[in-house]
Write a protein that binds this ligand. Structure first.
Ligand code: UGY
Ligand code: MN
Length: 249
């Protein structure tokens, strides 16, 4: 049987303050308390980030639970129909539904069939107020607003911009030719996952062709800019710190 020869080429790049992880580099790992599910750790403190971004693949009878009580967790369903069970309720989710699960909350995700989850997790930065409640939504229900007035760059803000939430998770949708309006540089990090489309991402002094399924880490102050190419809209979901000073609390 013939096998395509491997060329040793990949778009995956890991630098001191940014990374691009392309799908051909994924290596799954099991977790000690999970069943029938594997994780590709796309971004983690091991590369210099202060958060973790995961691609979790569930098989039949999958079960996932929190790995660290101090971490809050955001889950976007990429495919499948998993169920999330909280202390006194459970929610059946479908593709493009999301949940935000506070730290120190007991929860479990189960799936009777294949499901793919994109997950962000990080230690919650408590500033002494009541922590957020578990939150659920669906991407289609979140209004898309022109970013800085630009109708070619539409932004969906998935979490409330309130002090209980120390992070923001947003979805950007760019029309072909749409761009970020400025080369940004800010103390907040980003973890990003391209849901659809393609484009060119400037990360520091390098420009990378990127496409659906790519993950990107942007460290603090990394100059960043994006231009959407291709004939269809490009969408990415990303994490950033919110509502906290650079050294918090
Ligand atoms: O919210 C942001 O900082 C966003 N505009 N950055 C990005 O998309 N790279
Ligand atoms: Mn940014």
């Amino acid at each position: 049987m013939s096998k395509t020869p491997h060329t040793g080429m990949s778009r995956t790049t890991v630098a001191a303050n940014h990374a691009l992880i392309a799908p051909e580099s994924h290596v799954p790992i099991s977790m000690p308390t999970w069943a029938n599910a594997t994780a590709v750790v796309l971004i983690s403190p091991e590369m210099g980030a202060k958060f973790t971004q995961w691609l979790i693949r569930c098989q039949t009878n999958a079960r996932i639970d929190p790995l660290r009580a101090s971490d809050e967790t955001f889950v976007l369903v990429l495919a499948g129909e998993p169920v999330i069970s909280l202390e006194d309720e459970s929610w059946r989710l479908s593709t493009e539904d999301f949940v935000a699960l506070p730290a120190a909350t007991s929860w479990q995700i189960t799936s009777t069939a294949d499901a793919d989850l994109l997950v962000f997790s990080k230690p919650y930065v408590d500033v002494g107020d009541a922590p957020p409640q578990p939150l659920r939504g669906s991407l289609e229900d979140v209004p898309a607003e022109p970013f800085l007035g630009d109708p070619a760059a539409l932004l969906k803000v998935l979490l409330p911009d309130e002090k209980a939430f120390d992070w923001g998770i947003n979805v950007f949708e760019f029309k072909p030719g749409g761009t970020l309006p400025q080369v940004e540089s800010h103390f907040m990090e980003h973890g990003l996952y391209l849901l659809a489309g393609e484009g060119v991402y400037r990360l520091g002094e390098d420009w990378y062709p990127v496409t659906a399924g790519d993950a990107i880490w942007m460290g603090a102050y990394l100059p960043q800019w994006f231009a959407a190419t291709g004939k269809h809209n490009t969408r990415y979901i990303y994490y950033k710190e919110m509502q906290r000073a650079p050294i918090a609390p």
